[in-house]
Design a protein around this ligand. Sequence first.
Ligand SMILES: [Zn+2]
Length: 285
Amino acid sequence: MLTLEQVKAKSAKRLDGLQPVVKAAATALIERCYARGANIVITQGLRTIAEQDALYAQGRTKPGQIVTNAKGGHSYHNYGLAIDFALLLPDGRNVSWDMNRDGDGDKVADWKEVVQEAKALGFEWGGDWTSLKDYPHFQMSFGLALSALRQGYQPTAAQVKAAYAVIDKLKGKVEEDMSKIAELETQVKELVEVVAGLTKSKDVLKDQTLQQAVEIKELGTAILELTDTTPPAWSLEAIQALHDTPSVINGHPVVDMPDKVTKTEARIFTILHRLGLTAHLKGGK
Ligand SMILES: [Zn+2]
């Protein structure tokens, strides 16, 4: 995932020369779009009048396709009041103008999210124009027509102050969103650790189960062998010793054993012994 710093660095040069309030709004736009999962890069900011004239010549007096209907002084870019953007792809290098792209998978086209954020920050959108729509274009005209700008009119201090107020309010929200994102990232990290722990326990349990299965199989074999064979002498002796020593229940001797040890008894004892279940019989008596 790209960091906000990486995303901002992509646009840094294009923000130079913009009116400070437009630069602040463009910066806030990059941040807000980042927080929404729709990264952008500013592809055009200030365009000097000479640059605009050169662009206007393209497809008219110079080769190439017509890309603008604005001569020098006839674009808000010429006054540092406009920006153009493109979607920045996750590789941090390539860009897209696909207006239907939904890179963050939230069912809202990234382009639409950017437009929403830009308008909230006080930008006018070129996609709202009735003639010759300019979808990647945002501007802050402050109610000044291009003819007024050509005559040297500037936004008033009050207008700029009001624009900053809108930007600052939304910037505060971005910081809130960013801290929420950081919090979520921490939670995800913790969950990943828990899952890793559970996976490990699962593996341990699996190993234990396999081990037990092997033991049960071995015991089964041992039992099968014993049922067909004569019990070992030591088990006969041990059972006999038990017969000779009366059991005691609640302080009363219980004598209900046959005098002689049977082979079945001895075999059962042998099995119990091999299962490790006779320790208290041998030690206790
Ligand atoms: Zn533009």
